[in-house]
Design a protein around this ligand. Sequence first.
Ligand SMILES: *[C@@H]1O[C@H](CO)[C@@H](O)[C@H](O)[C@H]1NC(C)=O
Ligand SMILES: *[C@@H]1O[C@H](CO)[C@@H](O)[C@H](O)[C@H]1NC(C)=O
Ligand SMILES: *[C@@H]1O[C@H](CO)[C@@H](O)[C@H](O)[C@H]1NC(C)=O
Ligand SMILES: *[C@@H]1O[C@H](CO)[C@@H](O)[C@H](O)[C@H]1NC(C)=O
Ligand SMILES: *[C@@H]1O[C@H](CO)[C@@H](O)[C@H](O)[C@H]1NC(C)=O
Ligand SMILES: *[C@@H]1O[C@H](CO)[C@@H](O)[C@H](O)[C@H]1NC(C)=O
Ligand SMILES: *[C@@H]1O[C@H](CO)[C@@H](O)[C@H](O)[C@H]1NC(C)=O
Ligand SMILES: *[C@@H]1O[C@H](CO)[C@@H](O)[C@H](O)[C@H]1NC(C)=O
Length: 301
Amino acid sequence: MPPSKNGFVLLVVNIFSLVSGDGVSVTGSDPADKRTQSPSLSPATTKSASDSFVPLSLLSSFAEDPDMSDYCSELLGVFGQRYVAHVNCLVPAARPVKVCQNCFSSYGGLVSVYSNISTELGPGNVSCRDNLLRMDRLMLVYLLYSNSLDVWTKSKCQHCVTDKFQGLTNSTLYFMAILNQTLTCFEKYKQGNHSEICKNCNSSYKGLNELYSRMEKNQSLCIDIEDAMNMTRRLWSTDFNCYVPHKETVPIIAVSSFMLFLPIIFYLSSFLHSEQKKRKLIHPKRAKSYSSLMNIQDKLN
Ligand SMILES: *[C@@H]1O[C@H](CO)[C@@H](O)[C@H](O)[C@H]1NC(C)=O
Ligand SMILES: *[C@@H]1O[C@H](CO)[C@@H](O)[C@H](O)[C@H]1NC(C)=O
Ligand SMILES: *[C@@H]1O[C@H](CO)[C@@H](O)[C@H](O)[C@H]1NC(C)=O
Ligand SMILES: *[C@@H]1O[C@H](CO)[C@@H](O)[C@H](O)[C@H]1NC(C)=O
Ligand SMILES: *[C@@H]1O[C@H](CO)[C@@H](O)[C@H](O)[C@H]1NC(C)=O
Ligand SMILES: *[C@@H]1O[C@H](CO)[C@@H](O)[C@H](O)[C@H]1NC(C)=O
Ligand SMILES: *[C@@H]1O[C@H](CO)[C@@H](O)[C@H](O)[C@H]1NC(C)=O
Ligand SMILES: *[C@@H]1O[C@H](CO)[C@@H](O)[C@H](O)[C@H]1NC(C)=O
């Protein structure tokens, strides 16, 4: 019998002793106390806590959900174990993020038991879906599972883990190997002058950056890789104060210096243009005045 049922039965016992008003404090919730101090309960209560006993007949029909087969409560127990295992894996993997690397197999276990609950038929064609997943408003099993699914999709772990949760993808393993090289280089030259790191690790760091941007284009990043790169970049530029010109900065500098020269080019060209116009305008005027001058001279002559 799963622990949840026992918990429910104990709760019923506590409520019962409260209602019967025999003055027993229910806050000290040691179940052994309750059993000795509630004489109205059946003799079955003297058995060990793991055994079930029969409380009030009305409540007993309630405590044992008739729709809940042994098969389904077994599945629920397996779900609980795997959920706990997965959460125990996730929490220590929060910082630095290793959620995908460390927890893909515990997540795979959870997914398989959930799909067993939601789709598979058990013995006698029993499906536990209606029973475990949507019998009440809370839908706790579904809620817990969908939170884990949320963590998984937000982390984009499916990009780093092979189908069926068998292992990490080759590109992830390759990135981790290159990352290890870079970090090992950092480690080697960390003592003393940081400019040593900038000089000796620049090719390794550059290679890592290039691999990362290739993977970015390839849609093969997950949070583990993003976070590792983020931390490495921060180490490089903030902690070690190193600098490697990114490939993207070169065209940016070219474009922005072109933009800077645009006004100068504009004024220069408009100046030259107007000069040219002036000359063109002056020329016929001069010719005209010259001819009129000639006319005057003609008249004078
Ligand atoms: C579903 O769970 C039952 C009970 O644990 C197990 O016998 C069965 O093999 C599982 N099926 C799958 C497909 O995991
Ligand atoms: C379960 O269902 C399948 C098809 O839906 C049927 O062939 C089989 O006989 C059923 N088994 C039992 C034990 O009812
Ligand atoms: C990943 O690498 C392993 C061993 O290096 C190789 O056997 C496997 O085919 C590779 N998988 C892919 C998808 O490239
Ligand atoms: C790199 O890998 C080696 C062997 O696989 C390991 O001993 C070392 O701790 C790793 N270094 C880092 C910084 O992860
Ligand atoms: C680090 O080394 C460079 C030359 O390699 C030198 O100019 C600088 O002063 C050194 N800095 C420290 C803190 O030793
Ligand atoms: C790394 O830095 C050294 C010294 O600053 C330089 O000679 C070398 O070309 C750099 N390598 C790369 C790949 O940028
Ligand atoms: C990008 O994807 C292609 C094909 O899907 C693959 O061959 C290549 O190895 C991937 N590159 C990286 C860096 O993952
Ligand atoms: C990288 O680190 C900064 C904080 O330094 C954080 O705000 C940002 O979300 C991180 N990026 C990723 C992809 O994790």
